[in-house]
Design a protein around this ligand. Sequence first.
Ligand code: PHE
Length: 453
Amino acid sequence: MTQQSIKRGGFSSSFGVLAATLGSAVGLGNIWKFPYLTGANGGAGFLLVYLLATLVIGLPVMIAEITMGRAAKANPITALQKLAVSKMPWWLIGVAGMAAAFLILSFYSEVVAWVFAYVFKAIGGSILSSDRQVTQAAFTSLIGDPLQSLLWQWSVLVFIGGILLMGVTKGIEGIAKKLMPILFLLLLMLCAVSLSLDKAADGLAFLFRPDFSKITAGVILTAMGLAFFKLSLGMGTMMTYGSYFRDDQNIPQTTLRVMAADLCVSMLAGIAIFPAVFTFGFAPAAGPALVFITIPAVFSQIPGGHLLMVAFFVLAAVAATGAMLSLMEVPVVILHERLGMSRAKATLLTIAGLMLLGSTCALTNNVLADFKLFGMNMFDLFDFVSSNVLLPLGGISLALFVGWTWGADKFTQALSNHGALGNQTTARVVFFLLRYVSPLLILLVMLKGLNLL
Ligand code: PHE
């Protein structure tokens, strides 16, 4: 199969584009990572930096990635080759993106595994309790068991691989489109319950009243890393999805909507969780366990909580599935289009690689508990290196590529749908940010955060 002969799919409707892009952005980043990082990094101050990073850095980089993808209509490596005018090896950004995808998928699949396991634990009902010992013990026993951790992770990988193999990406999008509003509703309901709890005000103060003394260079780096992770940036996912965008799609508008909706889901998760954290005496800095121990406690407070808790974890699993599919799409489409492998073969190879690499994350809390590199266990290391190093580096490189190689004219042409949208001013502002502001800002935050400056 030559590269030219490969038929490329695409999103069919404008709403489909929005749903698919949102499906990639919304995931465990909102429900799991955002609350636990906000809790561990002091609350409102972190939230504020995260919002700033999303607006000033995330938004322009997201627009850049999608615009490049749509202009090139190819996987990230080929896209960079097509758009580059010089002989500089810009395509290496695509290779780095693929590496980042593997690292992220390795720990992400483990968290998805916990969510899937929690669907069944929720059905059994044993985790539904306002006693923090009980919910904590349930989580610890799950992650402490190597066999359970591995089996759940591998089942998740086979499940997701199965969906990709059946080629029903569109089907999943269809399901996600219907279920996403239900997840929204459930989160709203959880917020209402949480806000009625005794110490709700303490939780809200923690989330919304900034304490700037907690903001260090490391915290800023983490907030920026979260902004990249949340919007699926810096590793080729948005470029790949951009390549499926319709030519008449309004990219800045779609991007803005995705960003706003994504922020809403994160805020709702925060409002659902922090009042409960303070009321039931959990520690805000509980780390990755936070959601798994607090959500059951909130549900234990309402009639019908058992059923709703099952629904919550099912929907979290659905949201995570959409994000995981978009992560896996990067290596799969690269192997498929670059090496001429069939999609099926590319998917199987990706799954096999992930079973190996990912197992180090599944075994992190048990067999490999004492195995550390740079003072971190494998799970934390993969998370740190991808979010705080690889994604920002990808962001810098892509911003530099657009700002200094692709150039203002081509970028403006592509972003404005060849003038049809009349948004040249927006294009000029975004271009300015990409050329000067984003690369410098990202570099500064990275060097400071990693103690290199
Ligand atoms: N944005 C997804 C989430 O928040 C994670 C993700 C990261 C997906 C990078 C694709 C690429 O869960």
